[in-house]
Write a protein that binds this ligand. Sequence first.
Ligand SMILES: O=c1[nH]c(=O)n([C@H]2C[C@H](O)[C@@H](COP(=O)(O)O)O2)cc1CO
Length: 155
Amino acid sequence: MSQKIKTYTTMNIYFCGSIRGGRQDINIYQKIVNKLQQYGKVLTEHISYDSLSEKGEDAALDGDKSIHDRDMEWLIKADVIIAEVTQPSLGVGYELGRAVALNKKVLCLFRPESGKVLSAMIRGASTNSLFQVQDYREEDVESYLEKYFDCFSKN
Ligand SMILES: O=c1[nH]c(=O)n([C@H]2C[C@H](O)[C@@H](COP(=O)(O)O)O2)cc1CO
């Protein structure tokens, strides 16, 4: 067990979650980020911060361009992208499109019990093991991540 965690320590994980699209799901983002930190470095940990409001990060110096350019650098260096896609977000949709273009490994997590219907452009992109969409209930999120990273280590 300890050996498995050791192999994961250098993995770069890019977590996507809604910011300006709405912060309703922040508690779930925190749960996901906490779990992901068992497997590697979460480059976008800030998405889970209580202090980050719907206004987004304070990018007073270079504005939104610095946020975009930094996040694209992180996306390029990520080994895997985990996205919580229940709360619709333009930024998350954009990140996922860029991740597909970069041939990255992507897991999208969606909660049907929210009553929302996931965009066809996300669910419909799930054609192979590189881009997966997983429906889940909040209480099961950790076990889905465990299963995903268990298979990840074998690929
Ligand atoms: O301040 C920010 N910082 C930041 O890293 N992002 C990135 C990471 C999130 O996965 C995604 C959220 O996009 P949006 O704000 O459109 O919901 O964009 C987005 C913003 C604000 O748009």
